[in-house]
Design a protein around this ligand. Structure first.
Ligand code: NDP
Length: 345
């Protein structure tokens, strides 16, 4: 009688021909961006990010403050972002380096790596290139926030910026909400045109010469730039619109004008982090409404203000739960690949 069997133990199923390293007599796979991308789907990642935001709100996550290690003389910095989810028994750490001189060496200035560990033993499970994870998990968290904060029609999307976050936000928002118009503005117009081409959505996607033109009439606006001065003014934002504010320069609140902050409800991913990062806004008498996780887990209803702003400050637990999802998908994919049929005597 034939039966299905598996060639290797699960941990070994992750091995690739040239990507295996041996630690403590076990193999740990190194997943490159292409491997990571193969295991990511918006439809699975968005609920994972809803869960991450909900767990943050009900404090079932252990997530210490990001550790910042400057690298003197090299214009570099190392960020260490660990997290543990009790609910998922998922443990890991994202390591992000930013070296401003990298561009002249043909390297990205920001390089992220996610280390996924076994929640019971601490043994490494996988090491993943993390730039794609950052782009996807941030966009999926914005989709989750939009779902819970914006109940109106979602016809027109505005994207301010044309970098990695702009691309992942346009892709995720369109995949999940099927916008009929996507309006893009970028400081460097050629990059906006290139992004529009890459999205390959035909006439749905248009490039605009001013942020005002792109934002006007939009139901959902995503700000994804490194701007250190406001790029979005209150007068350009219609009543009922929702904003996902992602970019960070001096702080995570540089992209939106003070008037806009005063007009709408500011909702964040983590109140603990926001109370530190938004201290100057709070000092100016601009209140924070609370965290989006409290709406996701049903403890609060959504704010009544006519404009909502979701501030994505970027949480390590989002990286860890994304890495866990990628790991599970990779195992499932390889199980299918290596499954074989043998005849029993
Ligand atoms: P990219 O380098 O890929 O893109 C940067 C974008 O910002 C480009 O569109 C660039 O325009 C624009 N930009 C930079 N400076 C300015 C400025 N002074 N005024 C207007 N536009 C500007 O970066 P990413 O897409 O990876 O990241 C975008 C932002 O999101 C960054 O601020 C980053 O820190 C933040 N981020 C936040 C995360 C979170 O979890 N909240 C996660 C990851 C990133 P141009 O093409 O003209 O240079």
């Amino acid at each position: 009688m034939p039966y299905r069997g598996y060639v290797r133990l699960n941990i070994e199923l992750l091995r690739g021909p040239d990507s295996t390293q041996h630690l403590f007599n076990m193999s740990v796979e190194y997943l490159r961006e292409a491997d990571v991308q193969k295991c990511l789907r918006w439809s699975a990642l968005v609920p994972k990010m809803e869960s991450a935001l909900s767990q943050l709100s009900d404090k079932s996550v252990v997530q210490p403050v990001k550790l910042v290690t400057p690298v003197p003389g090299k214009n570099g910095v190392l960020l260490t972002m660990p997290a543990y989810s009790r609910k998922n028994n998922a443990l890991g750490c994202k390591i992000v380096t930013s070296f401003s001189g990298n561009k002249t060496k043909g390297l990205p200035s920001v390089i992220a790596t996610v280390l996924l560990l076994d929640g019971d033993t601490g043994k490494p499970k996988a090491i993943m290139e993390g730039n794609m994870i950052t782009a996807w998990r941030t966009a999926a968290a914005s989709v989750a926030a939009t779902k819970h904060l914006h109940s109106g029609k979602k016809e027109t999307l505005c994207i301010l910026g044309a970098g990695e976050q702009a691309k992942s936000h346009a892709q995720a928002m369109h995949d999940q909400f099927k916008f009929s118009k996507i309006k893009i503005w970028n400081r460097t117009p050629a990059r906006a045109i290139k992004l529009c081409e890459e999205l390959d959505l035909g006439s749905i996607c248009t490039v605009h010469s001013t942020a005002q033109d792109a934002a006007s009439g939009a139901d959902v606006i995503c700000t994804t730039t490194g701007a250190d001065q406001p790029i979005l003014e209150s007068a350009w934002v219609k009543d009922g619109a929702h904003i996902n504010a992602v970019g960070a320069n001096r702080g995570h609140h540089s992209e939106l004008s003070v008037e806009l902050h005063r007009r709408g409800a500011i909702v964040v991913d983590s109140m603990e982090t926001a109370l530190v990062e938004f201290a100057d806004l709070i000092e100016q008498g601009i209140p924070l409404w609370g965290d989006v996780g409290s709406i996701i887990n049903g403890k609060r209803s959504k704010p009544g203000e006519k404009v909502t702003m979701f501030y994505s400050l970027g949480m390590a637990i989002e990286d860890v739960l994304s890495a866990e999802l990628i790991y599970e998908n990779r195992l499932a994919e390889n199980k299918t690949k290596y499954a074989y049929t043998v005849d029993t005597p």
